[in-house]
Design a protein around this ligand. Structure first.
Ligand code: FMN
Ligand SMILES: CCCCCCC(=O)C(=O)O
Length: 334
């Protein structure tokens, strides 16, 4: 387009939807951070499947129903939360805002919901948890971790999380290796200067010397299994154990068999195995497989509006989680 007057620019940005929030974030973040947050693995089929699958579900509405007093609250990680949507573990939040996961902690407190803390958080677990304050309104926290090859480090992470007051471990089971993320390779993505992984006891210098692929490979144990890793955790902690990344009924049956407290139906926001379906399309089979057991079924992946959450609840989920929308509420970094 050429000529004509320049289009008027809004003086105050109105964020009315998660799509608006994403657009605003896209303008604030440098390309490497934006792509790291937004992208998925290889062809990004699964990334897109999360949202397109949700869009296929339609609501069967009713009329003349008294909706004066509605209560969307539920219980999650041992407390009543105001509505069934919490902040999923997403690493390197210091790249979205200098206060990173500490800011997220304050936000979940003010919204009356819970937070899961990535082991790749930019802040130590005790700082994040204490930012949520004390008392009845304090959020519950889960510490996310991968099965690790350094068992000593994994034990220290568990002990520090338990001492900080975390209520659960989210053991991410879908990442024996890091997903193939072309954006990270193209951008030679490195965690920015000044941001460390304190939970993993890694400082900026060490992190920046390795590519993400290499950094991940040194930490994760690709020999993990239900029989080995659930018992190993149970022997070391009183925190609840959830397995994150479950995508089929067979693995929910494993969760029941090995006595975990819950599963998060998740494809890691399309960042791990590309080609698996949108999570909403496997939720029902997972809920059915957990029936009659004490295993709670939670879900994440592409939730962008209240009615998406409603669909998941209608299909039997206990609670939904979001990753990217938290990051899109960002300031960027210099
Ligand atoms: C930038 C980013 C970092 C993430 N880091 C982790 C992580 O460290 N551990 C983990 O289990 N999941 C991680 N996830 C996946 C989220 O926990 C969650 O499964 C996913 O983001 C949900 O999809 P959504 O972003 O569409 O809401 C990450 C996601 C993003 C976008
Ligand atoms: C050194 C690897 C950083 C991975 C951070 C977490 C993440 O991107 C994901 O799990 O997805």
């Amino acid at each position: 387009m050429s000529g004509g007057a320049p289009l008027p620019q809004p003086t105050t940005e109105k964020i009315l939807s998660i799509a608006d929030l994403k657009e605003a974030a896209d303008r604030k973040l440098p390309a490497s951070a934006r792509e790291f947050f937004n992208s998925g693995s290889t062809d990004q089929r699964t990334l897109h499947a999360n949202e397109t699958a949700l869009a296929r579900y339609h609501l069967r509405s009713r009329v003349l129903v008294n909706v004066k007093h509605l209560d969307p609250s539920t219980t999650c990680l041992g407390r009543r939360i105001k509505f069934p949507l919490c902040c999923a573990p997403a690493g390197i939040q210091g790249m979205a805002h200098p206060d990173g996961e500490v800011a997220t902690s304050k936000a979940v407190r003010s919204m009356g919901v819970n937070q899961a803390i990535s082991s790749f958080a930019s802040y130590p677990v005790d700082e994040i948890v204490s930012a949520g304050g004390n008392g009845d309104d304090a959020p519950s926290y889960a510490i996310q971790m991968y099965p690790m090859s350094n068992r000593g480090l994994q034990e220290r992470i568990i002990q520090r999380a338990e001492a900080a007051g975390c209520k659960a471990i989210f053991l991410t089971g879908d990442s024996p290796v890091l997903g193939v993320r072309y954006n990270e390779w193209k951008n030679d993505f490195r965690t920015p200067e000044g941001i460390g992984f304190p939970i993993l006891e890694r400082d900026t210098k060490t992190i920046r010397e390795t590519t993400h692929d290499d950094g991940f490979a040194g930490l994760n144990d690709d020999g993990a299994s239900w029989e080995r890793d659930i018992k190993w955790l149970r022997d070391r902690t009183k925190m609840k154990v959830f397995v994150k990344g479950v995508m089929c009924s067979e693995d929910v049956a494993n969760a029941v068999k090995w006595g975990v407290d819950g599963v998060v139906v998740s494809n890691h926001g399309g960042r791990q195995l590309d080609g698996v379906p949108g999570t909403i399309d496997v939720l029902e089979e997972c809920v059915q497989a957990a029936k009659g057991s004490s295993v709670e079924v939670h879900v994440d992946g592409g939730f962008r509006r209240g009615s998406d959450v409603f669909v998941a609840l209608a299909l039997g989920a206990k609670c939904c989680w979001v990753g990217r929308p938290t990051l899109w509420n960002c300031d960027g970094y210099q």
